[in-house]
Design a protein around this ligand. Structure first.
Ligand SMILES: Cc1ncc(COP(=O)(O)O)c(C=O)c1O
Length: 365
């Protein structure tokens, strides 16, 4: 007799994300260091210089601080939020899963404002949620139509709503006062607002100052602070909501090096600001050069954006063979799009030169 896992396990779609797939590279005989990765929406200038020194000081024979007290103190000052309203996670993806674990019961309605980040679906389905999809359309620039979403929320009365702001993969942004108004109207619904990419979006206001007891705001420190390999993120919410997530969290999930790196990264605001200014300029240039090649990048409020193509999977295959990784968007339900994130100008130039040589749009791609 085979041991059957919970039936929900069979319902969960495969985790498909950007970033290097080491097994795939091994199959193709490509070394990871030879690949320029345009499929992750990170900071191509890397972590603040103080991060390496901070990691080197960590006594990693000791267990890490389970409460991440020192990091939470720095975050508390940085965000002007009491420490009891902050939970640090092993990447913000852990916090997505903890929110589902702590709040979703089998059969609960969970709303996805899509196309969006795939872990919301996976976490909700593990808990046996009934998914409801509000899906934005290319014809309206993938913008949420507030009245339509309001009507859908009224109809569904969900337990949990995931809002990714700015949204991955579309780069669209929803005004925080709209989200706060929905949270006020539906106090029985938890609104999880994923601000993983907010730092990259010039002048985009956070929903944090408007937060209510039924809102949980997630931030990632793996992207703008370039700590992807260390895994670090945090959630901000009402003390009771944060306590519920903490209760569901495995102990020591955030390792000591990630905690030390997070503190060092938060303290170097100059490195962050300098990188963000360069990334913004590089994004403008990259978009213009792509247009010059005859492509039509979609509008985006951030440094990553969709580009319509014929077949995203072929573009990915063709470019990966040349050491350039892009995000094929089939897993978002958008097989005729790719997603690119701007890198350093010289790296973007390599992508543009390869595109001009290979011209993937000229054949079956
Ligand atoms: C919208 C969004 N949220 C959260 C994450 C998870 O990031 P991390 O776990 O590295 O903090 C990602 C990663 O791609 C993402 O795109």
């Amino acid at each position: 007799m085979t041991l059957e896992p919970r039936p929900e396990i069979a319902q969960i779609p495969e985790a498909i994300h950007g970033a290097l797939d080491f097994a795939e590279l091994a199959r193709l005989g490509i070394t990871p260091d030879a690949v320029l990765d345009f499929s992750v929406n990170g900071n191509p200038y890397g972590p603040a210089p103080g991060v390496r020194a901070a990691i080197a000081q960590v006594p990693y024979e000791r267990y890490p601080d389970r409460e991440a007290l020192a990091l939470r103190r720095v975050l508390s000052t940085h965000l002007d939020v009491p420490g009891e309203q902050i939970l640090v996670g092993n990447g913000s993806s852990e916090l997505v899963w903890l929110a589902a674990l702590a709040f979703v019961r089998a059969g609960d309605r969970v709303v996805l404002v899509g196309p969006t980040f795939g872990e919301y679906t996976r976490a909700a389905l593990l808990m046996g949620a009934h998914l409801e999809h509000y899906t934005t359309q290319p014809a309206t620039g993938f913008q949420v139509e507030p009245e339509e979403l309001s009507a859908a929320l009224q109809r569904w009365q969900p337990r949990l709503v995931f809002v990714c702001n700015p949204n991955n993969p579309t780069g669209t942004f929803l005004a925080p006062d709209l989200i706060a108004a929905w949270a006020a109207r539906y106090p029985q619904t938890l609104f999880l607002i994923d601000e993983a990419y907010l730092t990259f979006t010039a002048q985009a206001p956070s929903v944090l100052p408007m937060r209510r007891a039924n809102m949980l705001v997630l931030r990632s420190m793996t992207k703008a602070y370039a700590l992807a390999g260390l895994r670090l993120g945090y959630a901000v919410g009402a003390p009771e909501v944060v306590a519920a997530l903490r209760c569901a969290c495995p102990p020591w999930s955030v390792n000591a090096m990630a905690q030390a790196a997070g503190i060092a990264a938060l303290q170097d605001t100059a490195h962050l600001e300098d990188s963000l200014a360069r990334i913004t300029a590089a994004t403008v240039e990259l978009r213009a050069s792509l247009q010059h090649l005859g492509l039509a990048p979609c509008a985006s409020t951030t440094h990553f954006f969709l580009v319509p193509v014929r077949d995203g999977a072929s573009w990915r295959r063709v470019l990966l063979r040349r050491g350039l990784l892009i995000r094929d968007c089939a897993s978002f339900g958008l097989p005729t799009y790719i997603r690119l994130a701007a890198r350093r100008p010289e790296e973007n130039a390599r992508l543009l030169t390869t595109l001009a040589e290979v011209r993937p749009w000229s054949d079956s791609c």
